[in-house]
Unconditional design. Structure first.
Length: 109
């Protein structure tokens, strides 16, 4: 059974790699401009240290933010945007707790 699970995991990794490479190969075109622009997958793949699973997580979980090119929304969704708590004379900056756990793990790794 362990051999079957290992072969299925390897097959899933190969399929995921193939799908992300297909997404990278796509070219985006703006409505008013005919010049080709790189796809979201190609831009994200250029980040140092990003792997196939991290890329797939970002593309799957943050598709709306990536489509709108809204970096602030992406930072809030992934939990890397700081939150300032201020009360009287006290000012504290903490990490955002209300975040998508899968995005937080992908941004961390």
């Amino acid at each position: 059974m362990l051999d079957a699970v290992c072969s299925q995991l390897a097959d899933a990794d190969r399929r995921l790699e193939r799908m992300t490479l297909e997404l990278e190969a796509e070219v985006c075109r703006e409505d008013d401009d005919e010049t080709p622009k790189p796809s979201d997958a190609a831009i994200l793949r250029s980040l140092p240290g990003i792997g196939t699973v991290g890329l797939a997580t970002l593309l799957g979980e943050a598709d709306e933010s990536l489509e709108r090119r809204d970096c602030d929304a992406l930072r809030c969704l992934s939990g890397v945007a700081p939150v300032t708590v201020q009360s009287g004379n006290k000012l504290i900056v903490i990490r955002r707790l209300a975040a998508n756990e899968r995005l937080r793990d992908a941004a961390h790794h």
